[in-house]
Design a protein around this ligand. Structure first.
Ligand code: SF4
Length: 296
């Protein structure tokens, strides 16, 4: 889930406090099946995968980090699943002898990221000065890492060739078992994949208003901003979602209605999705674009 958004921030913060960081192994069939068995049927695919990762870490660490990220301000909300995560995980693994660590990011309730990290450091028994220093360095590392990734993609977008923009949450697109099979197939087919979530976040939030002035989900707004930024540069857009995603169900419909002049494929991944089914749909989509360009 949020590991793909915050890994540099988290890793640097804890390492600067002298702690060892352990991440679960890349998603595979076993992780997904384990998480699916733990989750209620209505849970989205990403949450099922997440629970499989938590299960893998039980008994392996002194603490497992499960933050609550509610919002970044007015009309800047995260999906409600991110609000529920700490309670959900603590309840699900209540019989395991495992400590969980959390921080509470809720700007509307005056709990911003810095104060949330200071509180987390206090819970860990670290001196305030050290926690402030670790957070400062972690923020710096995060900003540098994000900037580098955004610049790399901007260079990629200027290359010649057939380009397709993938619009989805980072934890869907970067997951080795689901999203990366899509990126991998595009690359093997000679397509340059770009990502709508790999953008300057502040700029994307502003640009998102062009497609929707009322969308209130932070990550969806960043993706909308990424589409506005890249739609003129790409030959097609693939909307990649984890079934059943409430925000994506609404936002993807909005994109399909408001983004004109570029072919759009809606790809919904679920726990039953085999690679063959996905590849057939991707192959047809690429063929349609090549036919349109006169290169098939
Ligand atoms: S935004 Fe969608 S995919 Fe992400 S946690 Fe919420 S329901 Fe799941």
């Amino acid at each position: 889930m949020l590991y793909y958004r915050y890994r540099t921030l988290w890793r640097t913060f804890f390492q600067e406090l002298g702690m060892e960081v352990k991440a679960s192994s890349p998603t595979n069939r076993e992780v997904l099946e384990h998480g699916t068995a733990l989750a209620i049927d209505e849970a989205c695919l990403s949450l099922k995968i997440y629970l499989g990762h938590v299960a893998e870490l039980i008994g392996e660490c002194d603490y497992i980090l499960v933050p609550r990220v509610s919002n970044f301000g007015w009309h800047r909300n995260m999906c409600t699943r991110f609000e529920a995560l700490p309670d959900l995980v603590r309840n699900m693994f209540r019989d395991a002898d495992q400590a969980f660590l959390s921080y509470d990011l809720d700007v509307l309730e005056k709990r911003d990221e810095k104060s949330a990290f200071l509180e987390m450091g206090r819970q860990l028994g670290c001196p305030v000065r050290e926690v402030k220093r670790a957070y400062k360095l972690a923020k710096k590392a995060e900003q540098a890492h994000n900037k580098e990734r955004v610049q790399k993609q901007e260079r990629l977008s200027k290359q010649e060739g057939l380009k397709i923009l993938l619009a989805g949450h980072s934890y869907v697109l970067e997951d080795p078992y689901i999203g990366r099979t899509v990126t991998g197939y595009l690359k093997e087919s000679g397509v340059i994949p770009l990502r709508a979530d790999l953008v300057d976040r502040d700029g994307a939030l502003k640009r998102s208003r062009e497609l929707s002035p009322t969308c209130k989900w932070e990550v969806s707004r960043e993706i909308l901003g990424g589409i506005v930024q890249y739609r003129e540069n790409v030959d097609g857009i693939i909307l990649v979602s984890a079934f059943p995603c409430g925000p994506d169900a609404m936002v993807n419909e909005l994109i399909a209605r408001r983004v004109k002049g570029v072919p759009i494929l809606n790809l919904v991944l679920d726990s039953q999705t085999g690679t063959a089914g996905v590849e057939t749909r991707l192959e047809s989509f690429i063929d349609i674009i090549r036919l349109k360009r006169g290169t098939l």
